[in-house]
Design a protein. Structure first.
Length: 104
């Protein structure tokens, strides 16, 4: 039995669906943790596209970009968690509608 390969189009369609799901999550949700998770989902959709193009073209450049994007995503998650914790300590909520930092 021969191994079958998945066409590039399927990876790109899956990546687009994941990215659109992340955008919808950012635009519709009001919980800060859900918003950060949606941003991570969008970053992973881009990573999937880069790896698919890298494998399709036979070049390793896309996989190196994914490594750097994953390091930035880890730093973003740490900073985002610190922001959410400080907002919860000060305002006792993590809903972005209830938090207005510029107001005295």
């Amino acid at each position: 039995m021969l191994p079958t390969t998945i066409p590039l189009d399927w990876y790109l369609i899956l990546s687009a669906v994941l990215f659109v799901t992340g955008v919808v999550g950012v635009l519709t949700r009001r919980n800060a943790i859900i918003i950060f998770m949606s941003i991570e989902l969008m970053l992973n959709a881009v990573n999937l596209s880069l790896v698919a193009f890298s494998a399709y073209s036979g070049d390793i450049g896309g996989q190196m970009f994914v490594f750097f994007i994953m390091s930035v995503a880890a730093a973003e998650a740490a900073v985002g968690l610190a922001i959410v914790l400080s907002l919860f300590r000060n305002k006792q909520t993590i809903y972005v509608d209830d938090v207005n930092v510029m107001k005295w």
